[in-house]
Design a protein around this ligand. Structure first.
Ligand SMILES: *Cc1c(COP(=O)(O)O)cnc(C)c1O
Length: 422
């Protein structure tokens, strides 16, 4: 039997507990939606203000003379991100968004030739990733219905790695998969899939939206060809924060599929020559002028990750999600919930996926009780106890508020339909 006392004891022993003070939490609100939009930290706020000050003080000179020179910021953020994904500094750059970065990397690495011309993705993938693949196929004059192959899911929640590997056929040119599935929170075995794809000569890309900042990765050692992610989820960079991308060292030095003047080698960029000399780093996959004010908060935020360490963050996150699942079973066992994420630690990400017929109305009732969950159509409540700013006691308190809602049927006051953003 888990009690509130147990939660408090876990908080007392938690080496990361003090990071919570660095975030704007707005208690008594319980924020469980850091997997959609992470909260603001004081350090992210400070690094954003630094860039504004640099603008105020230096005008155009801020590109090179500010406290945080804008001309090198994307590369600096890439280096700060590299330890989170097991990459070399030069393999990482912060730029664009997941979707634009996917366009860039598909334009670069998807090279249909002869009978090897299809892209493999999965039927549970996020729509934007699928739209990007479909439009890239169309740009090659290929019908997405034929050339986009989707790995099926048996239960609508998970993917089976062996099925994925069985589908890595000779007609597949490139495979794009999520590291962690956005609905069920399933974590795929990136290394195993990458090795199997390479044995077949297939380029492998991953979307790390739901794993970066929550889970350690070894992209370089695993040989992953490319990856994309956003920074406004677990990395707490703020709404519309700059995206990121990784390209394995073995592919560096090539021209990007979509070029622009920021793809240029930095030393040559201002020669203004009409022949592009691409950067020797992942910086070559930038296109235009970096969005400095959407990048600056990430610098402060990544300092926190460097101090906390991604291994410790993962360790705490697993303890917290386990604690949450145990509490759900203890307190909510009779209310019709299904825990839809994998149970095994090595197969799950940073959020819990809770299914219920009344998921949308339950989410509204939670918000009325100052709990911020996240709803994914048609029946999923995602709950992400973020290691850096959610305590074990918060998890306990959240479960109790959910229990009150179920006991009193308080969700019946709300319609079981999603809002515009859900
Ligand atoms: C959040 C998310 C996106 C969003 O893409 P943006 O281009 O950053 O808007 C795309 N794919 C996945 C898997 C996501 O989780």
């Amino acid at each position: 039997m888990i009690r509130k006392e147990d939660a408090r004891n876990l908080d007392k022993k938690d080496p990361l507990a003090h990071f919570k003070e660095e975030f704007y939490i707005n208690e008594p609100r319980l924020y469980m939606d850091g997997n959609s939009l992470g909260l603001l930290s004081k350090r992210a706020e400070k690094s954003l203000l630094t860039s504004l000050e640099d603008w105020k003080e230096h005008g155009i000179e801020g590109w090179t003379e500010g406290k945080e020179p804008w001309y090198y910021l994307s590369e600096k953020l890439g280096s700060m991100t590299a330890p989170l994904i097991g990459a070399k500094d030069e393999e990482v750059i912060n730029t664009g968004s997941i979707t634009t970065n996917l366009h860039q990397l598909l334009a670069t690495f998807y090279k249909p030739t002869g009978n090897r011309n299809k892209i493999l993705a999965d039927e549970l993938n996020f729509p934007s990733d699928i739209y990007a693949i479909q439009s890239q196929l169309k740009l090659h004059g290929l019908d997405p219905n034929e050339y986009l192959v989707k790995v099926p899911s048996n239960d609508g929640r998970m993917l089976d790695e062996d099925t994925i590997i069985d589908m890595l056929n000779d007609d597949i040119a490139l495979v794009l998969l999520p590291s962690v599935l956005y609905r069920s929170g399933q974590l795929l075995d990136i290394e195993k899939i990458t090795t199997a794809a390479h044995e077949k000569g297939i380029i492998v890309g991953f979307d790390l939206a739901h794993s970066i900042g929550a889970i350690p990765h070894e992209l370089h050692a695993w040989g992953v060809d490319f990856a994309v992610w956003c920074t406004y989820k677990y990395l707490n960079s703020g709404p519309g924060g700059v995206g990121g991308l990784y390209v394995h060292e073995k592919h560096l030095g090539q021209a990007p599929g979509l070029a622009g003047w920021f793809s240029s080698s930095k030393a040559k960029q201002f020669d203004m020559d009409h022949t592009l000399i691409p950067a020797e780093t992942a910086g070559a996959y930038q296109i235009g002028t970096p969005h400095i004010l959407s990048s600056a908060p990430l610098a402060g935020s990544l300092e926190i990750f460097a101090e906390a360490g991604i291994a410790s963050i993962r360790e705490k996150s697993l303890k917290q999600t386990t604690f949450l699942m145990e509490l759900i079973e203890q307190e909510l066992g009779s209310y019709g919930f299904t825990i839809a994420n994998p149970r095994e630690a090595k197969r799950r990400g940073g959020h819990i996926s809770l299914e219920h017929e009344e998921a949308a109305s339950i989410c509204k009732a939670l918000k009325a009780k100052d709990v911020i969950p996240d709803f994914r159509s048609p029946n999923v409540i995602r709950l992400a106890p973020i290691a850096l700013y959610v305590s074990f006691e918060d998890i306990y308190e959240m479960t109790m508020r959910l229990k009150e809602i179920m006991e009193g049927k308080l969700y019946k006051q709300f319609t079981n339909e999603r809002g515009i953003i859900a």
